[in-house]
Design a protein around this ligand. Structure first.
Ligand SMILES: [Zn+2]
Length: 238
């Protein structure tokens, strides 16, 4: 992996790279979990699960299965509940997730220098690619240079889940996590690296499972400093 130059490899269905890591795809917003994806239209859980369950039953018949056989009787319902969870990010609000875990940075800047970096690495990420509705999964690493605020460490994983639990492309998760955290923390700089394996590449198409896709998003000082990016890449691996 070499993310130091800001290179972003294309994910499964994309024709090309996602462009410069310093160019946000979506505007910063800390208000909601939305952005770049459809909302669920205000449906209740029971309504969503019933619709997905009916569709899953159709799929079982379409592939030639006997949906009445013992092992499949509850499969459409189980699938529906799982899919509702996998897409629960559409219904999550970033402000609720972050809640009361934004703290004042007691060492206010002026005293800070570039070495005061906070790195949270190896956060597990599981998502569904929007081109095939097949999982992609991997690790997300986040670095930031605090300004006046810091965030409880567990919240970085929660923010990641808000964007990962949707139909996604890896490039967009990377940008959305960077933009959401930038809006929440107002840091001097922030960078996100995502490394993921896409099962739609492993199980179909090119069937190359050894390939991992790396995407980056850099904001503030990280967008301007190759040295900071290189330091983070090194920290994310050590
Ligand atoms: Zn795909």
């Amino acid at each position: 992996m070499d993310a130091s130059g800001g290179a972003a490899a294309a994910s499964c269905g994309s024709a090309g790279a996602s462009g410069s890591p310093s160019a946000p795809v979506t505007p910063p917003s800390s208000e909601t979990g939305s952005g770049g994806a459809a909302e669920s239209g205000g449906s209740t859980e029971a309504e969503r699960v019933a619709r997905i369950e009916a569709a899953a039953g159709e799929i079982l018949e379409a592939v030639g299965e006997d949906r009445g056989r013992q092992g499949l009787q509850e499969t459409p319902l189980r699938f529906a509940k799982a899919m509702d969870f996998f897409t629960s990010g559409y219904r999550a609000a970033i402000d609720d997730v972050v809640n009361d875990a934004v703290f004042l940075n007691e060492r206010q800047c002026g005293e800070c220098d570039a070495s005061d970096v906070v790195v949270v690495r190896d956060i597990d990420m599981f998502s569904l690619c929007e081109h095939h509705m097949v999982p992609f999964y991997g690790k997300i690493h986040i670095a930031y240079l605090p300004g006046a605020k810091i965030l409880g460490l567990s919240k970085f994983a929660r923010v990641t889940d808000v964007y990962a639990r949707r139909l996604q492309v890896q490039e967009r998760i990377t940008q959305q996590v960077a933009d959401a955290l930038t809006a929440i923390l107002e840091p001097r700089g922030l960078m996100v690296i995502v490394e993921a394996t896409h099962l739609c590449m492993c199980m179909r198409g090119v069937e190359k499972c050894g390939a991992s896709t790396v995407t980056t998003a850099a904001r503030g000082a990280y967008a301007e400093s190759p040295a900071l990016r290189q330091e983070f890449v090194a920290l994310s691996k050590s």
